[in-house]
Design a protein around this ligand. Structure first.
Ligand SMILES: NC(=O)c1ccc[n+]([C@@H]2O[C@H](COP(=O)([O-])OP(=O)(O)OC[C@H]3O[C@@H](n4cnc5c(N)ncnc54)[C@H](O)[C@@H]3O)[C@@H](O)[C@H]2O)c1
Length: 430
């Protein structure tokens, strides 16, 4: 099937490459000429394991093409997938201006019937709104709107796309749904057919559920920290093995980040307010996440007996999670800013996100390795769970510094104590 994907970021890039791998003829479209140029050389403009191989393979087979021109890319496409960004506005509601612009451009150039799919995360009723925009340019017979939200996670995006827990096909028209079932046919997964509105709501609700679960784990770990002698790893395992709860996402950490959970929860709160529905649960979740970042900052301050002015803190990990270079809304941003406010100097290293971090922080020193960070710092603050940090020779590093604040619980407290560290982790007794 010939399809077009508009917006070649983390979601669009993965979607285009994976659909090509599944045998469809795909055009990837983005208005950013630099990104399209990179794709043409076989590379994604972001780090995602396994994706470059798919791009190269399918481009060379002629199934994957790229352009900056919407009217060229959508020519003869049966399905047009929109995967542009929906960033938060100041009041937390999503900015749909990129969706609007793309819908207008499609409306101006579409000369055949196509199913236009919302893949971006959008609020309920966006389908109706898109219908109106496209309806200004096209007759009703020319197009159908549908919503197929994306549930992939960065760092495992390709396998999440190819082996999803389920596929949601939100389509109200009898003509559009069989086309979408055919599109997704090669993927073996439960496929549920819903209304467009339900599909829009499912995506926001899933992200809110997962974020709530993480906030729950943060709350439990904060309580374990306060009690001082109970291990939150044991507690959360005991909770997670209950099938009704489940183990996934039950871990403490430095705070939730990334381009999905924080912005989508803000959007859901804004939507609840718009519909006059009580937003208290998700407001509390957001607050717990804020407190978790403060909790990390307080641990750093405590490790220096209350004063970090003129101390050099070595930050290991800047990306919002391991396996990606994505720094959007990463917990490291707020934590570093707060430490700087309290007078600390930052030296940092991340295996993949250094270029992205440099766009955000011009006032920190960037090291070339974890060892260099340790060499230059008075304390190590681990913020991302990159496996290579777990491999560090902590015995050797102990010769350089004494304080480690480990927000990902990468090390065993007992061993760190034996090595002579002042060691802080999350919700575990030292
Ligand atoms: N990143 C994730 O893990 C993830 C997962 C599921 C859903 N989502 C949702 O998918 C959507 C996209 O997220 P992302 O992380 O891929 O964003 P992104 O910022 O990485 O990518 C968006 C792309 O759209 C392009 N774009 C913007 N306006 C355009 C226009 N007018 N014409 C052509 N291209 C245009 C941008 O240049 C960019 O490359 C968002 O709604 C997000 O919430 C993201």
């Amino acid at each position: 099937m010939k399809i077009a994907v508009i917006g070649m970021g983390y979601v669009g890039g993965t979607t285009a490459a994976c659909f090509a791998e599944l045998g469809h003829e795909v055009w990837g479209i983005d208005h950013d000429a630099k990104k399209i140029q990179l794709y043409k050389t076989g590379k994604a403009p972001f780090y995602e394991k396994g994706l470059d191989r798919l791009i190269k393979h399918n481009s060379s087979e002629g199934r994957l093409n790229f352009t900056t021109n919407i009217s060229e890319g959508i020519k003869e496409a049966k399905v047009i997938i929109i995967a542009v960004g929906t960033p938060p506005k100041e009041d937390g509601s999503p900015d749909l201006s990129a969706m609007e612009k793309v819908a207008q451009e499609i409306g101006e150039s579409l000369d055949h019937y196509a199913v236009i799919v919302e893949k971006s995360t959008v609020p309920i009723r966006t389908g109706e709104w898109m219908n109106k925009i496209l309806g200004k340019h096209l007759s009703k017979e020319r197009f159908d709107i549908a919503a197929c939200p994306e549930f992939l996670q960065e760092s495992t995006a390709v396998s999440d796309f190819m082996k999803p827990d389920r596929i949601v096909i939100g389509a109200d028209s009898e003509k559009a749904s069989p086309i979408l079932f055919e599109l997704y046919k090669p993927i073996v997964a439960p496929k549920i057919h819903t209304s467009i509105k339900a599909a829009e709501m499912i995506k926001h609700a899933v992200n809110a559920a997962l974020y709530t679960k993480i906030a729950f784990a943060f709350s439990v770990s904060q309580l374990c920290d306060a009690e001082g002698n109970v291990d939150c790893i044991e507690v959360l395992r005991g909770v997670g093995l209950d099938k009704r709860v489940g183990e996934a996402f039950l871990q403490p950490g430095p705070g939730v980040g990334g381009f999905c959970f924080p912005k989508d929860l803000d959007a859901l709160i804004a939507i609840q307010k718009q519909f006059r529905v009580y937003p208290g649960l998700f407001e509390a979740v957001r607050e717990i996440n804020k407190l978790q970042k403060n909790h990390v900052v307080n641990k750093v301050i405590k490790s220096f007996d209350g004063d970090i002015s003129n101390q050099i803190i070595g930050v290991l990990g800047l990306a919002f999670k391991a396996g990606t270079n994505d720094m959007r809304l990463a917990a490291s941003i707020d934590i570093i800013k707060e430490l700087q406010k309290k007078g600390a100097t930052i030296v940092a290293y991340d295996p993949k996100a250094m270029d992205e971090a440099k766009q955000i922080f011009t006032n920190i020193e960037y090291a070339n390795s974890s060892e260099e960070v340790a060499e230059k710092s008075n304390a190590l603050l681990i913020l991302t769970e990159w496996p290579e940090f777990q491999e560090l020779d902590m015995k050797k590093i102990r010769e350089k510094l004494k304080i480690v604040i480990d927000t990902r619980n990468l090390f065993e407290p007992k061993r760190m104590k034996q090595l002579g560290y002042i060691y802080y982790c999350m919700g575990r007794p030292i």
